[in-house]
Design a protein around this ligand. Structure first.
Ligand SMILES: Cc1cc2nc3c(=O)[nH]c(=O)nc-3n(C[C@H](O)[C@H](O)[C@H](O)COP(=O)(O)OP(=O)(O)OC[C@H]3O[C@@H](n4cnc5c(N)ncnc54)[C@H](O)[C@@H]3O)c2cc1C
Length: 454
């Protein structure tokens, strides 16, 4: 379905200032006619799956062809907030109601494990990507969000299967204000998190795979996939068709472009992010000790990281997005902003944080990006039911940083023939039940009234 392909000329994000000639890399002039494995998508999911598939046997990497519609790593991974922030309590009750005490613990423990896993990968491969372990601070400013945070926090502490409970702290009143640096914050919750330059991480891994023999092709959109009588797949691109034994869809928000059955299962949602710097380059910004989630209401949230160079990346501006379905829902256009979203970040830090009150700052980049929201809020990972050797790792619901890496590792091991079940939460696995389900919770979860106050 061509309307779900990435558009040309996506906006330049702050992260993409690190782009080089590698962005338009093509390992060979012509595409091969046949190859063992094709990965569609060169973002966090595609790159990490390729990385783990390439481990071990030296021949593994040369069996892989990666096709990317635009420049290398130009999707959500190059436009996100850089926040590696596991969800450890706020959605606890709703997830527990669906997946039970063990099921919710599986999801939350898995996300928490990403802090260690990303750190280990960055250290093992010596990746220069500004990785910092931090403490996330969730600031709750709306009465509904305050009540929900408190009730979920205390429910979470009663779950015997959770491994990180002592890492999560709730603080009220003056302590919340002092820790958060937000004047009107009645409650804050803090816990371990991380931040990084996602584009640099992914480019490093892709270069590593190319060096090992992977064929990487930028600006090669896949228009269609057909199943052949012998069970292999015909992958159609404007530069020629390729036959493959195994196909991996790492296409996130754009999955319906190659697999129409995902049209209402993984939906492209337009988001906005910014990079804020000191207005006076000779002055250091007042560094915040935490990274942030700021909740003005149920769906009205901002996220923020304090970069080691003193700048700040803030995403959200949802008041200008979510009241307008036509603007954000099933929208793959990341070549434009949304009305009101640019101005939203003017004086942002001065307005929110009392330590910044007398300090001038301004956004130097504001950009859009496309998130892949899934109908039940969880990613789809594994072999598509009824389509042997066609795999998916997509639908990260705007929350891929603490979910993708270990999904990719498990999927790669599964594809390589590891015995036993894939080591991911049961609820992330693609199943016939999930594929036939018709309930779509996305719009409900993103509702913001037109008169929302900030
Ligand atoms: C504005 C914004 C802020 C975010 N902030 C955060 C955050 O702070 N923390 C967090 O955890 N998550 C955040 N996310 C979500 C996070 O970025 C994603 O979950 C993650 O990057 C998903 O990686 P991916 O590889 O699956 O998708 P992508 O990075 O989008 O990669 C998919 C790739 O597939 C390619 N592709 C798709 N279809 C085709 C086709 N038919 N042919 C060829 N190529 C194709 C695309 O061009 C794209 O490059 C944010 C996302 C956005 C947009």
């Amino acid at each position: 379905m061509s309307q779900y392909l990435p558009v040309a000329n996506g906006m330049k994000s702050f992260w993409l200032t690190a782009e080089s000639d590698f962005s338009s890399h093509r390992s060979t002039e012509e595409l091969p006619k046949e190859i063992d494995t094709i990965i569609i998508g060169s973002g966090y999911s595609g790159a990490t799956t390729a990385y783990y598939l390439s481990q071990g046997d030296l021949k593994n990497a040369s069996n892989i062809l990666m096709l990317e519609a635009r420049n290398i790593c130009s999707g959500a991974t190059a436009r996100n907030g850089g926040h590696l922030k596991p969800e450890l309590y706020y959605d606890y009750n709703s997830l527990k109601n669906i997946y039970g005490e063990k099921g919710v613990a599986e999801i939350m423990n898995f996300e928490y494990a990403h802090l260690e896993a990303v750190k280990e990968l960055v250290e093992k491969e010596d990746i220069d990507c500004d990785f910092v372990l931090s403490r996330a601070c969730d600031v709750h400013l709306h009465s509904k969000s305050v009540d929900k945070a408190i009730s979920n926090y205390y429910s979470m502490t009663k779950n015997p299967y959770l491994k990180y409970k002592r890492d999560v702290q709730i603080k009220f009143g003056d302590q919340a204000r002092i820790i958060s640096k937000v004047e009107d914050s009645p409650v804050c919750v803090t816990y371990s998190a991380g931040q990084l330059w996602p584009y640099k991480l992914i480019i490093h891994l892709l270069k590593h795979c190319v060096k090992k023999g992977m064929n990487l092709q930028s600006n090669t959109p896949v228009r269609k996939v057909e199943k052949l009588n012998d069970g292999r797949y015909l992958v159609k691109t404007p530069r020629g068709d390729i036959i493959t034994n195994k196909l991996i869809l790492a296409t996130n928000a754009y999955t319906a472009s190659v697999e129409p059955k995902f049209e209402d299962k993984i939906v492209p949602i337009k988001g906005i992010c910014s990079h804020i710097v000191s207005s006076d380059p000779t002055k250091h910004t007042p560094h915040l000790t935490n990274t942030y989630g700021i909740r003005f209401g149920e769906a009205n949230t901002d996220y923020l990281i304090n970069r080691p160079d003193g700048s700040v990346v803030v995403g959200g501006a949802k008041k200008h997005i979510f009241p307008y379905k036509d603007v954000f829902y099933k929208n793959v256009d990341d070549s434009t902003l949304i009305k009101g979203s640019k101005e939203y970040f003017d004086n942002y830090m001065q307005k929110r944080f009392y330590t910044w009150k007398n300090f001038d700052s301004k956004p130097d980049y504001v950009w859009s990006g496309i998130l892949g929201y899934s109908d039940d809020s969880l990613p789809y990972v594994g072999e598509l039911p009824g389509d042997k050797n066609k795999f998916i790792i997509a639908g990260f619901h705007g929350h891929g940083m603490p979910r993708v890496l270990l999904c990719a590792k498990a999927l790669a091991n599964f594809i390589k023939g590891d015995k036993g079940p894939m080591a991911i939460p049961q609820s992330f696995k693609i199943t016939p039940e999930r594929m036939t389900g018709t309930k779509n919770e996305i719009l409900k979860s993103l509702t913001i009234p037109l008169d929302a106050k900030l």
